[in-house]
Design a protein around this ligand. Structure first.
Ligand code: SAH
Length: 238
């Protein structure tokens, strides 16, 4: 009987300790996120209100591996396994702002990775279609997004070079891995009046972040936004 009482009191004590710790974690993360937006995002000139609000809301720490949660709001990319990374928060915000999304927009993302960028897009657009070539990353990010309750993100496993034709054409396309050239299927799946943001350049070197605008008559305008370093777009499905 004594032993039961002892175990019971340990369990009660344990749960008392656990609940406030979790609430405190959430408070800490909210604070870190506000700070991230103020310094890294607003501080560098991002103005779009819906992008700022998404960056303040989406729990970035839920998308990074368990051992890296403490670094989730730092000003840098982080490794997510399989040689891949979750992009620096500023780059996520910049690329999202460049797409000029609204609540009627349907967006294609190439490179789901952690799922974080897809979550930011889901808060600023109507629907997000995201493709990932690494099967375990596809499975992991799909689970995280489902658990967090995003209902307007659709994910698939495949080579995003070909886009995701059945749901196209899209109002916007974002490519979160670097390609030596802009994949022609993605140009075809961009609506007239649509915008695409893509890092173009050699693998593992500095690349150009490029904005492509498709005019009403399908003419293309290309603007180089700046220099970036993304993991390469690969073609072998695994
Ligand atoms: N948007 C992601 C960034 C992930 S890094 C995030 O928010 O976390 C880029 C991702 O692109 C990697 O997960 C990589 O596996 C994926 N990728 C590379 N080549 C691809 C291709 N051809 N099709 C789809 N995904 C690709």
């Amino acid at each position: 009987m004594r032993l039961f009482k002892f175990i019971f009191s340990i369990l009660i004590l344990g749960s008392c300790l656990l609940v406030p710790a979790t609430a405190q974690d959430e408070k800490d993360h909210t604070h870190l996120r506000r700070d991230m937006v103020a310094r890294q995002i607003k501080g560098r000139g991002i103005k779009d209100k819906s992008v700022l609000s998404a960056m303040e809301t989406v729990p970035r720490h839920a998308f990074v591996p368990p051992g890296k949660k403490a670094a989730a709001y730092e000003d840098r990319p982080l490794a997510i396994g399989f040689g891949q990374t979750i992009s620096q928060p500023y780059i996520v915000a910049l690329m999202t702002e460049l797409l000029k999304l609204d609540k009627s927009a349907r967006v294609l993302e190439v490179g789901t990775g952690s799922g974080y960028q897809a979550a930011i897009l889901a808060m600023t657009a109507k629907e997000v279609y995201s493709i990932e070539i690494v099967q375990p990353l596809h499975q992991r990010s799909s689970k995280v997004l489902e658990k967090l309750g995003y209902r307007n993100i659709f994910t698939t496993h495949g080579d995003g070079y070909y886009g995701w034709e059945p749901y196209g054409p899209y109002d916007a396309i974002i490519v979160t891995c670097a390609s030596e050239f802009v994949p022609p299927p993605l140009i075809r799946q961009l609506k007239p009046g649509g915008r695409m943001c893509i890092p173009v350049g050699p693998p593992f070197k500095v690349q150009h972040l490029v904005l492509i605008e498709k005019g009403k008559n399908t003419e293309l305008t290309t603007t180089i936004i700046g220099s970036v370093r993304f993991v390469p777009l690969v073609r072998d499905i695994n």
